[in-house]
Design a protein around this ligand. Structure first.
Ligand code: NAP
Length: 279
């Protein structure tokens, strides 16, 4: 242990004080008895490139990047993983032995894994999915559903043009509908997911009616504050299996931790408890 290298990682954002990532990674560092630390890196946009370039010199194994740097960071990488390239954003940087910077995006992995944690036999090809919203979270979720074999992704966004732009990029399996059609669009879907910010702490509840949703549909929300949005509560009371956004957040951290610290960590009840205590 004494000669074990001290491994540094962190999350770069502006602002970044609200991030739960230090709780997650420092929990795993302690659990596995590793020497290392995961720190907050508040870096304003003007200093972002200098900060990124400084990672190898500082001896960092890598870092997460978050708002507002996720898109910008791509062009500073020596190599971008194909999934991240398709998403148009990275959330993880891994510093290679020679100092090269490799960029990844694990949000889609995190989302799919969160569904499997809730329903181990879940399959993307079980039927159409309906995705509400077309922002950053939707990009990751839609792409990962397509990559997993979803036959059709119905995409509904308040601003239709944004959904259309995403469909134009991701191909014919993405079908764009008007925001006003969101309730009817639930007919026949196997998965319903909210990726809008509606229902998040400080925002009004998502306005939807679940009457047309098949009883067997899995219902998920990217939001994790609160852990149960009124949308998920309504779905749960209707008998649906529901998945909140915490699983996506926790699972996206796992491959990053593995890349930096060499151990694929697990999501334990103790970790969920440690995170819940911060809300
Ligand atoms: P974003 O890029 O800003 O997108 C926001 C989305 O919400 C857009 O589709 C926007 O529609 C929609 N929206 C905003 N106000 C609305 C309203 N009044 N009515 C209907 N739709 C409205 O944000 P994001 O990064 O995708 O994040 C979205 C949510 O996902 C947030 O709650 C965030 O916390 C959560 N999230 C969770 C994770 C996780 O790991 N669990 C990861 C990322 C994000 P317009 O295009 O019409 O504006």
């Amino acid at each position: 242990m004494a000669d074990q290298k001290f491994v540094l990682a962190g999350v770069m954002g502006w602002p970044v004080a609200h991030s739960r990532s230090p709780v997650i990674h420092n929990h795993w560092i302690a659990q596995h008895g590793l020497r290392g630390a995961y720190v907050l890196l508040p870096v304003q946009p003007d200093h972002f490139e200098a900060a990124i370039r400084g990672l190898p010199a500082l001896g960092f194994a890598g870092c997460n990047v978050t708002i507002p740097h996720k898109v910008n960071a791509m062009k500073m990488m020596d190599h971008v993983d194909p999934v991240a390239k398709a998403m148009g954003a990275i959330n993880t940087i891994v510093v290679q032995a020679d100092g090269a910077l490799h960029g990844f995006n694990n949000d889609g992995f995190g989302y799919i894994q969160s569904l499997r944690d809730a329903q181990p036999d879940w399959r993307a090809d079980a039927g159409p999915a309906l995705v509400l919203g077309a922002g950053g979270a939707a990009r990751a979720i839609v792409l990962s559903l397509l990559n997993e074999g979803a036959p059709e992704v119905r995409l509904v966004n308040r601003t239709r043009e944004k959904a259309q732009a995403l469909a134009d990029e991701f191909g014919a399996r993405v079908k764009v509908l008007d925001w006003a059609e969101r309730n009817d669009a639930m007919a026949g879907v196997a998965l319903l997911v909210n990726t809008t910010n509606q229902g998040m702490h400080g925002q009004p509840d998502l306005e939807v009616k679940l009457d047309a949703l098949p009883a067997t549909a899995l219902v998920s929300d990217a939001i994790y504050i609160p852990l149960e949005t009124s949308f998920l509560k309504t779905a749960r009371e209707r008998g649906h299996t529901t998945v909140n956004g915490l699983g996506m957040l926790l699972n996206q951290a796992r491959p990053a931790f593995k890349a930096w610290f060499g151990v694929m960590p697990e999501i334990t009840p103790a970790l969920r408890q440690a995170i819940a205590a911060t809300f």
